[in-house]
Each structure stands twice: as structure tokens, then as C-alpha cells.
Design a binder for this molecule. Structure first.
Ligand code: ME8
Length: 508
């Protein structure tokens, strides 16, 4: 069993979880569940980024202490992840003592390596990015990512990290390990950045009290990114003994806006501390509405609890990964268009294609064969299942979740087409064709069983329900699939997996 350590970005504790956060956590959860299905020993960590100016400012605006705010938000995020069936093994919060210990140990190691020095910082700071900005990065004097936030001129005595010293080693690493930054568009972006040269960055802040105390330097806190990135090692016990059993991470899942922090700053910190680099950083795309970043009001309209209530948690997971490719942005023209698309996908893919296929197959097996199913093989549908399985595994191993999901749904479409072309009700009327009917029903049962297993990472609760309706007990792992097919389909197929949604006419 190989260890598979998987992480996501830790979310800023300055507001409610939104669809961008949900998309990332669901996608990473699909990867975690796929690897468990494939037999890996998965350790999956998510969490909260609770320090920094942005969080302190939000707490001040609400007239409460930062700790009070982050405690409430952590509970809110965790409740939503619970509802969405996120199967994380740990939830790291950067205000936890285990995190402080790890960050301080890492900073000391980086200092011992000679990579920290004191200097004066003069320049702009964007609290949205929690990052210093060069003049050349600004557009009309504003941060292009957070144009609505004020950019602040900052002068501070800070500890600096010699990031510039790592440029060549990072370039060499990416050239030797092209899989390190994925998808390719992100790799090109990072290569261009490295080719342009790197500047040293602040590792401490002297005027931001809400943070991890900088070791041996009164009044300084650790710069929030220098504090946040090490969550990936604090969560697995750094600098304690157990850490080495889990590090390095197999995969860091993050959004494209923070690729630079994960593919330049983080690996440089690790190199400085003499630690191994993660195998892969995957920078997924953005969910957009009307061409732009999700605004506060759009995020509010697309409230996660309401979206989960609309068609259930699994349908929402399905929709996110069916509609938003894992390697690119997806723009919905408006909030209404997002909801319409959700309803349409739900009815067409889940209620019609998948739900009806299950009911029709179980009903026919009952009616014509009393539920008994012979071993499958030899039909066109069997060939389509074999092909889809191969495509699925290939896509999922390469983190092309949208292609993996499509491969699973190919079986559903092929099975529905197969019913139309084979017309089992006609076969049932011709005693000479009994064997053909056996083979058709067997292929359909196999198609559904395979689909249930392949969809398990995407719609875990509904896939388990499907498996049960097919007469199975515990879901098999991928490798067991061919040996654990249903041999008898029970009666109870008529309770509906995904009830059809009839939308109330919109007023006005
Ligand atoms: O960046 N679509 O936190 P965050 C898709 N705390 N993904 C989106 C998105 C959207 N519209 N909006 C945000 C932070 N994300 C830091 C991370 S990691 C050591 C520290 C993604 O709450 C974003 O790209 O702003 C990031 O990966 C995650 O949500 C958290 O964003």
C-alpha cells in the first residue's frame, strides 16, 4: 500500500465558505476517494488560514477578537465540509499550538541555513493577497486581483528570506520533474516567472500582531504566507518523529491565483530547511460569474447550504465537477444561469440517464429472470465498459477529474443506448433468444455496478445506494471490481435515486 498524502489550500478565515472553496475541496476529495479506491493509504488534510492582516481587520470591523472570529468560521467551514461528504483525515488551523511549534521550528532551520537577514521593507502591500507588490505589478495603482481593496504603502524593519538564491535550483527542479507543476499552463507561468528572476521576500512582519511570534525576535510575527504554507508539515507532526512517515506530499491542490506561493516560495523554504519537495502541485482554475471573480454578493446568492439543499450534496458535487473542468476556468454568465445549469444537469444526467437506467434494469431483471443475473461478457456494452474503465483510471491518475467523470457517464449513456437497440422486451417474447436476453441483462447489471464504483469518488452516498440497490453489500475496491459483480438484483428499485426536479415558474 503506498502512502498518498494530499492537501488543499487552507481557506482564509475572514468570511463564509463559497463555491470556489467548495469546488476545490470537492475536487480534492474526489482525488482522495479515488486513491483509496485504488488501494493507496491516503492521508487527506484541509484547514483554515487564520492569521494575518485580513483576518485581524475583519475581526476589528465586527468589533470582536480575531480568535473569536476564527473559531466561529472554522466551525462554519467544517459544518459545510461535513454536509458535502468531504472525507478529510485532519483539519489544521494555523492558530493551533501544533502549528506554532512547526512554524517556529522551520523558521529556525531556515535561519540556521543562513537564509534570513534583517532589512527595511518599503513598498506596497495588498491585504487581499496578503502579499507585497512591486510597482510594476499594479494596474492604475491597484492590485489587479483585488481592485476594490486599498493598496497600502508600507515601511517596516523585517526579516527577509533569500528567495533569490533558489531560482536556479527551482528551475532545475521543474525541468527535471515537469510533473511538479500542473497543469501545463501553470508550469509555463512559473517558468516565465523564474526566468525573470526572483526578489527576496519578507519572512516577518513588525507591525502585524495577529500571527505566530517570530522566534527570538520580540515584536515580530511570521509573515502570513510564511506561516500558512508550513501547514502542510505542521499537520503531520513536524518537527516530530512521525513527520517523515508521511512527507513528502503526493499532491498539493490549490487555486491558480496562489500557484506562485506554492511553486516558488514553498519549495524554496523546503530546500532551505533541507526537506524534500512535494511530488505535484496542481493549480486548478476558477469558478467565475459574468466574466469576473466571484463578488461578495454573488457568493452570498450562491449560498452553499442552499445549493446543497437544492438537489442534495452528491448532486452538487456532481455538478461542480461535471461543469467546471479541473484544469481550467469556467465562467457562468450569471447567478441565474448557474442555477439553471445546475437544475438541467441534475434532471438530464442524474434523474433521467442514471436514475432511470437503474430502475429499468432492476425492473427488467425482476420481470424476466426473477432477479437472477448470469456472468456477463461478449456484448457491445461489455466492450464499452472495458474501454470506459481504462479511460477512467488513466484520467483519474492524471488528475483529469472531468474526463474521469465523463468516462463513468459514458457507460450510462452506452447502457441506455444498448437498451434501445437490444429491446429486451422483444427478446423476452422469443424463447429462442433467451441467451441473448441473459447476456443483455448481465451487461446492464455490470454497467451499473461499474458505474457505481467509478462514481463513488464523485457521489459517494448515492453510489453506495446504487450498489445496494444492485444487491451488493460493501463496495469493492477498483481491483476487486471484476470479481464482485451482482448476481441477483433485488426487488427494491422503485425508490427513486434522484427524483426529477420541477422548477416553480419564475415570477416576473
Ligand atoms: O488563498 N474558484 O485562501 P482563500 C475556484 N489562505 N477556486 C477559488 C475561487 C474561485 N472563484 N476563489 C478562491 C487563500 N479559490 C490562502 C491559501 S494555502 C497555504 C493558503 C481557491 O480563502 C483559492 O485559489 O482566498 C485557494 O486555493 C482556495 O480557494 C482558498 O482561497
Amino acid at each position: 500500500m503506498s502512502r498518498y498524502y494530499l492537501t488543499t489550500a487552507i481557506d482564509y478565515s475572514n468570511g463564509d465558505p463559497h463555491i470556489g472553496h467548495a469546488y476545490e475541496k470537492v475536487g480534492a476529495d474526489v482525488i482522495a476517494r479515488f486513491h483509496r479506491l485504488a488501494g493507496d493509504d491516503v492521508h487527506f488534510v484541509i484547514g483554515m488560514d487564520e492569521h494575518g492582516q485580513k483576518v485581524a481587520q475583519e475581526a476589528a470591523a465586527q468589533g470582536r477578537s480575531p480568535q473569536d472570529l476564527v473559531d466561529e468560521l472554522a466551525a462554519r467551514f467544517e459544518a459545510v465540509w461535513g454536509r458535502l461528504h468531504i472525507s478529510h483525515d485532519d483539519f489544521i488551523r494555523t492558530t493551533e499550538p501544533r502549528h506554532t511549534t512547526a512554524v517556529q521550528a522551520l523558521v529556525r532551520r531556515i535561519r540556521d541555513a543562513g537564509d534570513l537577514y534583517e532589512d527595511r521593507y518599503e513598498g506596497y502591500y495588498c491585504t487581499g493577497c496578503e502579499a507585497f507588490k512591486r510597482e510594476a505589478e499594479l494596474e492604475d495603482g491597484k492590485c489587479p486581483i483585488h481592485p476594490s481593496r486599498e493598496i497600502v504603502w508600507t515601511e517596516e524593519e523585517n526579516w527577509f528570506f533569500r528567495l533569490s538564491a533558489y531560482r536556479d535550483r527551482l528551475l532545475e527542479h521543474i525541468e527535471a520533474h515537469p510533473e511538479f507543476v500542473q497543469p501545463e499552463s501553470r508550469r509555463n507561468e512559473i517558468l516565465r516567472l523564474l526566468e525573470g528572476g526572483l526578489e527576496d521576500i519578507s519572512a516577518s512582519r513588525s507591525r502585524v500582531p495577529w500571527g505566530v511570534p517570530f522566534p527570538d525576535e520580540d515584536g515580530h510575527t511570521v509573515y502570513v504566507w510564511f506561516d500558512a504554507l508550513p501547514n502542510y508539515i505542521s499537520a503531520i507532526g513536524y518537527p516530530g518523529d512521525g513527520f517523515a512517515d508521511t512527507w513528502p506530499a503526493a499532491l498539493h491542490v490549490i487555486g491558480k491565483d496562489i500557484t506562485r506561493f506554492h511553486c516558488v516560495i514553498w519549495p524554496a523554504m523546503l530546500l532551505s530547511a533541507g526537506l524534500e519537495l512535494p511530488d505535484v502541485v496542481w493549480g486548478h482554475g476558477f469558478v467565475k460569474i459574468g466574466g469576473g471573480k466571484l463578488s461578495k454578493s454573488e457568493a452570498k446568492q450562491l449560498d452553499l447550504d442552499q445549493l446543497i439543499d437544492r438537489h442534495g450534496p452528491d448532486a452538487f458535487r456532481y455538478f461542480l465537477l461535471r461543469e467546471i473542468p479541473w484544469d481550467r476556468d469556467r465562467d457562468f454568465p450569471s447567478v441565474e444561469a448557474f442555477l439553471d445549469q445546475f437544475d438541467e444537469r441534475y434532471n438530464s444526467d442524474l434523474a433521467n440517464d442514471l436514475g432511470n437506467l437503474l430502475n429499468r434494469t432492476v425492473a427488467m431483471a425482476r420481470k424476466y429472470r426473477d432477479g437472477a443475473i448470469v456472468p456477463p461478457g461478449g456484448t457491445a456494452l461489455d466492450d464499452a465498459i472495458d474501454d470506459a474503465l481504462e479511460t477512467y483510471v488513466d484520467a483519474m491518475r492524471q488528475h483529469r477529474l472531468h474526463d474521469g467523470l465523463d468516462a463513468a457517464m459514458t457507460i450510462v449513456r452506452a447502457a441506455n443506448g444498448f437498451i434501445d437497440s437490444e429491446e429486451p422486451w422483444k427478446l423476452a417474447r422469443e424463447p429462442k433468444r433467451a441467451e441473448r436476453l441473459d447476456a443483455v441483462l448481465a451487461a446492464l447489471a455490470r454497467g451499473l455496478a461499474t458505474t457505481a464504483v467509478l462514481l463513488q469518488p464523485f457521489i459517494p452516498a448515492k453510489a453506495a445506494e446504487m450498489w445496494e440497490r444492485l444487491g451488493g453489500d460493501e463496495m469493492p475496491a477498483l481491483a476487486e471490481l471484476p470479481h464482485r459483480l451482482p448476481t441477483a438484483l433485488p426487488e427494491r428499485a422503485d425508490s427513486v435515486l434522484f427524483p426529477r426536479f420541477e422548477r416553480e415558474p419564475r415570477s416576473g
